[in-house]
Design a protein around this ligand. Structure first.
Ligand SMILES: Nc1ncnc2c1ncn2[C@@H]1O[C@H](COP(=O)(O)OP(=O)(O)OP(=O)(O)O)[C@@H](O)[C@H]1O
Ligand SMILES: [Mg+2]
Length: 379
């Protein structure tokens, strides 16, 4: 089904929508040319890349709650939880953090451990395949320690079942022997805090989700917050920058601190080589990012392709997810979790029961004039 619709979707415009076929303006031609050249670097991917896991990324991580920029609501909730737990001399309640990649979930888990003055053990669900992996971690926790499990929606069922009593009553139930002679033994654990992180909160089973005392969502950052993050990072990296330069990078960073830091490093390289150490200002930042094919509002090849398929092949939509996935070569899940949240956030895409619709802002961004029929669809 998906394959059939993809064939139909890609090179041939939908005949039904042919009457609203978009007229190309010069800007549209430029955007098509840009989208033809897929950026070799994937600069705008919010996922971690090799460079991000190295030392520079670590040095940019804020260490304490007061250095953590943005996410005001989350910080407020956690500051109260920390203060209350400390006053009662108890560990923090279990916490589930969810939201798109690169928004600061791991950073927040490390900050919580620092604020509570406990150790943080970091792992990820795919590394906990066998029951003994999680048991080994749990029995070695010291009182109050924080256990951080990334991608927690990917836990195996057995591992998850071991976690239930661990989270609720600080114990694990271990079955010894097999068949009729099997016996269950209960092993006490130290009180600990589980911090789970996920990009897909909907994929968590409800028994697991219900065991978290705090469930918090991370939001995309505003331009002024990203500007502040970039100014802070530039200071740590010893890079002269003006605030209009930081704002220009921020506008292209898809609301994501990890991307903001990555773009800053690219602009820094550019300035070092082409402008021998000048301070980064708006013009230099724009010039450098243009060269790296980063669109003025941070759209990359896949975003532009998604929008251009909806607009050019389907007269603005609605278009099904399968069709969009096939036309971009990404799987449905990546489109839904990585690309769509930002396009929805900046108001370029709408999800309707019949499929995805490009908004007039998206038409304009790609250099097209939205037709009247499309405007009425959105009213
Ligand atoms: N609030 C913030 N203030 C300043 N810098 C931040 C903030 N949040 C994140 N960062 C920066 O962004 C980088 C990415 O953050 P982090 O690794 O915590 O994201 P994540 O949500 O865990 O991503 P993933 O889902 O891929 O694991 C950090 O190294 C840090 O430098
Ligand atoms: Mg992380």
């Amino acid at each position: 089904m998906a394959i059939i619709s993809s064939r139909k979707a890609d090179p041939n415009p939908d005949p039904q929508n042919a009457n609203v076929a978009a007229k190309k303006t010069p800007a549209a031609k430029k955007s098509a040319a840009q989208s033809a050249a897929k950026s070799p670097e994937d600069l705008l991917q919010p996922e971690r890349q090799v460079e991000d896991t190295g030392k520079p990324e670590e040095s940019l991580r804020p260490q304490r709650l007061k250095e953590y920029i943005g996410q005001k609501d989350l910080k407020e909730v956690l500051a109260i939880a920390i203060q209350a737990a400390q006053a009662r001399n108890e560990p923090l309640d279990h916490l589930l953090l969810y939201g798109p990649p690169g928004l600061g979930k791991t950073t927040m888990a490390l900050i919580l451990a620092a604020e509570m003055q406990v150790d943080c053990k970091i792992t990820t669900a795919p590394a906990l395949e066998r029951p003994r992996d999680i048991v080994g971690l749990l029995v070695n926790l010291k009182p109050g320690d924080l256990l951080f499990i990334d991608e927690i929606h990917r836990l195996s069922r057995m591992t998850e079942e071991i976690l239930y009593p661990a989270m609720e009553d600080a114990r694990i139930d271990i079955t010894i022997g097999k068949g009729q002679s099997a016996r269950t033994r209960s092993l006490p654990l130290q009180n600990f805090t589980l911090v789970g992180a996920t990009t897909r909160v909907g994929a968590l089973t409800s028994p697991l989700r219900d065991r978290f005392g705090l469930v918090q969502r991370l939001r995309f950052y505003e331009i002024d917050e990203l500007t502040e993050i970039i100014l802070r990072a530039a200071k740590i990296l010893n890079t002269p920058i003006q605030s209009d330069g930081a704002a220009e990078i921020a506008r292209r960073a898809r609301g994501t601190p990890r991307i903001a830091n990555r773009l800053l490093r690219r602009v820094r390289d550019y300035v070092q080589v082409k402008r021998s150490g000048e301070a980064i200002d708006e013009a230099i930042a724009a010039e450098a990012l243009e060269l790296f094919n980063v669109d003025p509002c941070g759209l990359d090849w896949t975003d532009r392709r998604m929008l251009s398929v909806i607009i050019e092949n389907y007269g603005g939509g609605p278009v099904g997810l399968d069709t969009i996935a096939a036309a971009t070569g990404e799987d449905n899940q990546t489109i839904e979790e990585v690309y769509e949240p930002y396009l929805l956030q900046i108001g370029y895409l709408n999800r309707t029961p019949r499929g995805r619709v490009a908004t007039p802002a998206a038409w304009k961004h790609l250099g097209f004039e939205p037709p009247e029929s499309q405007l009425s669809l959105l009213r």
